[in-house]
Ligand binder design. Structure first.
Ligand code: EPU
Length: 425
């Protein structure tokens, strides 16, 4: 199995291109199943989550061609003339929870679907109660049996006016997809407003739905009986951009992140500016300059967009472990997203947990090499960040987690001056 080895201590300097967004790609690929027409999706990132999803949708009847546009990104030409299977098996849904969203096209186009319950994961229990309550209100019959959700419809699903208890990203995606093919007006309130929701809504509109209000907490969807093909581009990955911005803040240096708009990482920008980092917004790119080695401790709390993203919490903790003082990080989105804490402690971080808050007693140069284990995607990124500044050589095991969401991370970091390699151990 591959591991990552990092010799810490190098500055990061140079420029990189930010890849297509994982969390925008997944719902957009699933939305292609809503039509029998051809869909072109450009700037698909080369990530294992994308390939897991493609494997699943192939088994459902999609035919596709992946065209390598440069050395990493792909253009996906996909068509699902007919849904041939209505089953999303445990094996694939367990690997990647977003697979659960195929329930929307399956029930709409096949009339019934059998989709594995996703189960818990390393960051929390992640229930599916909102999805089920929406489907029931729309008129679907739901049974949970043998670890599967079995959903079926007798008559057409009906449009509903639904208020989410929490602005869930996945549930908002699901609602947009399903309502786009229900004739009449559906409304979702307290909807998520993440940029990925906007991307999906724009795609569905190009396919023929009439969605208004996306990007705000009330979205109104006028669905239709048939959606058509389209040609769409995946936006850049704001979490990858944020991870690199945190990396250069830790190591010092100067980095230009291309193909990303500063607005998408506004919350991180505001926090980083308090650690004495210069962040410049250029045309469709960002420059981050960290001249001195002083990192001020800052308290943060994760929040839905536009708040500080939970997907950057672990990476930010690695930075705070290396800061010159005490800080607190409160995780409010997922109850168990702290698996990286013990690994950072093994590398010398002084971090303790009190409920959903981590207390970090930062100390410059406290991080040192250790064999550590990645437990989930963002946790593995936090270990890479820690390794970049740690004394000695850090070895990170189970790095398949990082390949789920970071495209060629070691290549990108090496091009910026880091000393990092992937080895088969
Ligand atoms: N929730 C419920 N019931 C539901 C659905 C969600 O209680 O039926 C709760 C969750 O348990 C959680 C909260 O709502 O406490 C928010 O979860 P959300 O549904 O927004 O998360 P998600 O859609 O499953 C997406 C991203 C995550 C990201 C979160 C929050 C994708 C593929 N995944 O997950 O990304 O952390 O939104 O922004 O878009 C990652 O990329 O590392 C990642 C985990």
């Amino acid at each position: 199995m591959d591991i990552i080895q990092i010799k810490g201590g190098n500055f990061l300097e140079g420029e990189i291109n930010i890849s297509g967004s994982k969390n925008a790609s997944l719902p957009m690929i699933i939305a292609s199943l809503l039509t029998e027409d051809k869909i072109k999706i450009r700037n698909i990132p080369n990530l294992s989550d994308v390939f897991t999803l493609l494997k699943l949708i192939k088994s459902l009847g999609s035919e596709f061609e992946l065209i390598n546009e440069d050395n990493s990104t792909y253009k996906l030409i996909i068509q699902t003339k007919k849904i041939k299977s209505n089953i999303a098996p445990y094996d694939l849904v367990r690997k990647m929870r977003a697979s659960f969203w195929v329930l929307a096209p399956l029930i709409l186009r096949y009339g019934e679907a059998k989709v594995s319950l996703p189960g818990g994961c390393a960051i929390g229990t992640r229930p599916i109660n909102f999805y089920l309550s929406i489907l029931k209100k729309m008129g679907a019959l739901i049974k949970i049996k043998d670890g599967y959700v079995k959903a079926s419809i007798k008559n057409n699903l009906k449009p509903i006016n639904y208020k989410l208890d929490f602005p869930s990203v996945g549930v908002t995606h699901f609602f947009l997809m399903i309502s786009s093919l229900i004739e009449g007006e559906s409304i979702i309130r307290n909807a998520a407003i993440e940029p990925e929701i906007i991307s999906l809504a724009e795609m569905l509109n190009k396919m023929g739905a009439k969605i208004k209000g996306y990007g705000t907490s009330k979205i109104v969807i006028k669905g239709c009986s048939k959606l058509k093909g389209t040609d769409i581009t995946i936006p850049s990955d704001r979490i990858e951009a944020g991870t690199f911005a945190l990396a250069v803040t830790a190591t010092g240096g100067k980095l230009k992140l291309k193909s990303i708009n500063i607005k998408e990482i506004e919350a991180l920008k505001n926090v980083l500016q308090n650690t004495d980092v210069e962040i410049k917004s250029l045309e469709n790119s960002i420059e981050i300059i960290k001249k001195n080695g002083v990192i001020h401790p800052i308290d943060i709390e994760t929040k839905p967009y536009p708040g500080f993203p939970t997907d950057l919490q672990a990476q930010f903790m690695a930075l705070m472990a290396y800061s010159n003082g005490k800080s607190k990080i409160k995780e409010t989105i997922f109850e168990n997203r702290f698996m990286h804490v013990q690994e950072l402690v093994r590398m010398g971080g002084d971090i303790s947990l009190a409920g959903n808050t981590a207390i970090i007693k930062g100390k410059k140069d406290c991080l040192h090499s250790a064999p550590v284990m990645a437990t989930d995607l963002r946790a593995s990124a936090s270990l890479v960040l820690a390794g970049l500044v740690a004394r000695g050589e850090t070895k990170i095991d189970r790095i398949y987690h990082i390949d789920r969401g970071y495209e060629r991370i070691e290549e990108k970091l090496n091009s910026l001056g880091a000393n990092i390699e992937r080895v088969n151990a």
